[in-house]
Design a protein around this ligand. Structure first.
Ligand SMILES: [Zn+2]
Length: 516
């Protein structure tokens, strides 16, 4: 190699490469955004005087984190709303107070958006309702989202702007909670948050969007995230253009793989876009399907799902199916089995997003179709306590089975599903290694995995999930120079300490884009 040409050399580092052929190194050299040399401190002489040197002082360097399933625009919007998460409120009265303060600063009639409440951690142990919100803001429409985004609460004005009254039937896939005595909507809505977002609340202005994305960008970089995969089902050509503009203006630093909804497939392919279209900064990813059973039956139906999945598969796209409950995971498996039976392709790597409940027979089926499971270890940390109290005992052993996925030879990738959970991968690593909730309670501890395996899930397996493992995900010659410097070695510290490890530097394409 022409060593004179290296732009940056990281040395004196504890490099965890995630490359099985060479798991450890001390020095990494970068040229034109790519890794050109992985070696020991003895190799420093090759570069001295000719390259920018970064002395890592013995700190740990890993490949940049790849968050395999997030929602960038929802996160941006979330960051602009009133924080009602357990870290800032402990009761419904606190929520009322925060909404009341926001109302004072907001012109009457303008939507007030709150985020992240978790009824499990509220002193009252219930969801807020329209009356709580009306008390706080009688002259503003209010929408408060629950942590998982599965539920949201509207106040009276919000309900009337959404056209939801006593006479409104439950929409497909949604549920309008009603007061027992009057039959009036209580304000609590299940499975309707996207509808409210898209059809009722005015979209963010250009200025708000840029402001929110700026905050999201900072959050990704300070968390060491160098690649994200946007799993938003409503993505289409407009969203593709928005991402392109953000990338061109340098307002969104991590590399982005954008999934799309089936509704946009024909439009995008007619415009000449195809699976993997784009470059290493922004590329087109899987066709995303959302499968739920909120209203008691599958939505979409098995037939519709089969048809859609096959259509995307035939168009050369990877498929990513959101499936949480046992019945939806089963329906997703059935659609993928059918699709591979009709048309086998060498490596289509279809994905199951969440796959929260996976029984032993389902695991065998997923193994047979070589499905990629994209799991969310941090849910165990942030919601473990709720799972332990709400999920039936018979299903608990089958929840988020990271260890079993690995043992059965699947290549699970990790993600945060941000804004559903905060995006910090170190909390996810901690949860994957310990299976511990924030409260300290453990959820099926036999599913624990080693810190090495957990790191692989957040890096190389993430790249594998979007068919980009040749490009990134490990520290190897020829790969993109996306790396993170950590304050400590996740494979060397006590498991309890993993969540407290700090990101010191985030490097994308060989450039330090964030520093503590
Ligand atoms: Zn999601």
């Amino acid at each position: 190699m022409d060593t004179e040409a290296a732009d940056v050399v990281l040395y004196n580092a504890n490099v965890l490469t995630i490359d099985r052929r060479r798991p450890r190194a001390e020095l990494v050299a970068v040229k034109d955004g790519e890794i050109v040399w992985v070696g020991t401190n003895d190799d420093l002489a090759l570069f001295k005087g000719r390259s920018k040197l970064i002395n890592c002082e013995g700190k740990t360097v890993i490949p940049g984190f790849n968050d395999a399933h997030i929602h960038i625009m929802a996160y941006a919007s979330n960051l602009l709303s009133v924080d009602c998460s357990p870290s800032s409120v402990t009761s419904i009265s606190d929520i009322r107070e925060k909404i009341r303060q926001q109302a004072e600063r907001t012109p009457r009639g303008t939507w007030i958006k709150g985020r992240g409440y978790n009824e499990f951690y509220l002193a009252e142990h219930r969801h807020p309702n329209r009356h709580d919100l009306d008390q706080a803001a009688p002259y503003h429409p209010v929408r408060l989202t629950q942590r998982s985004l599965h539920a949201c609460v509207l106040n009276g004005l919000g309900l009337s702007l959404a056209g939801i009254s006593m006479e409104t039937p439950d929409p497909p896939g949604g549920l309008i909670d009603r007061e027992l005595d009057t039959g009036e909507p209580s304000g609590l809505l299940f499975g309707m948050n996207s509808y409210i977002n898209e059809q009722v609340i005015p979209p963010l202005s250009e200025k708000e969007l840029r402001q929110g994305v700026k905050l999201a960008n900072l959050s990704f970089l300070s968390s060491g995230i160098t690649s994200v995969q946007d799993a938003t089902v409503r993505n289409g050509f407009d969203q593709w253009q928005t991402f392109r503009c953000l990338k061109e203006r340098g307002e969104l630093a991590p590399r982005v793989s954008m999934m799309l909804g089936l509704h946009a497939l024909a439009d995008l392919t007619e415009r000449g876009l195809y699976y993997g279209y784009g470059d290493s900064w922004l590329s087109l990813g899987a066709v995303k399907f959302t499968l739920d059973e909120t209203s008691g039956r599958l939505n979409p139906s098995q037939g519709e799902l089969n048809e859609g999945v096959f259509q995307a598969h035939r168009a050369g796209f990877q498929v990513a199916i959101h499936a949480v409950e046992e019945s939806t995971v089963e329906a997703a498996a059935a659609a993928l089995e059918r699709c591979l039976l009709l048309n086998t392709k060498a490596d289509c790597r279809h994905r199951l997003e969440h796959c929260s409940v996976c029984t032993p027979p389902l695991l065998r089926r997923l193994k047979a179709i070589k499905a990629v499971v994209v799991t969310q270890p941090a849910f165990i940390y942030y919601s473990g306590e709720r799972y332990l109290s709400d999920v039936p005992g018979t299903q608990l052993p089958w929840l988020y089975r990271t260890g079993s996925f690995l043992k059965s030879g699947l290549k699970p990738a990790a993600s945060s599903d941000c804004p559903v959970a905060p995006c910090n991968p170190l909390v996810g690593l901690y949860a994957a290694v310990t299976r511990k909730a924030e409260s300290g309670q453990a959820l099926s501890p036999k599913e624990t995995i080693s810190p090495e395996e957990a790191l692989r899930m957040y890096t190389l397996a993430g790249a594998h999930a979007s068919l980009e493992e040749r490009l990134k995900g490990s520290i190897e010659v020829g790969k993109l120079a996306d790396m993170v410097v950590l304050s400590a070695d996740p494979t060397g510290v006590a498991p309890e300490e993993i969540k407290d490890i700090c990101v010191e530097k985030t490097i994308i394409g060989g450039e330090v884009v964030w520093e503590r």
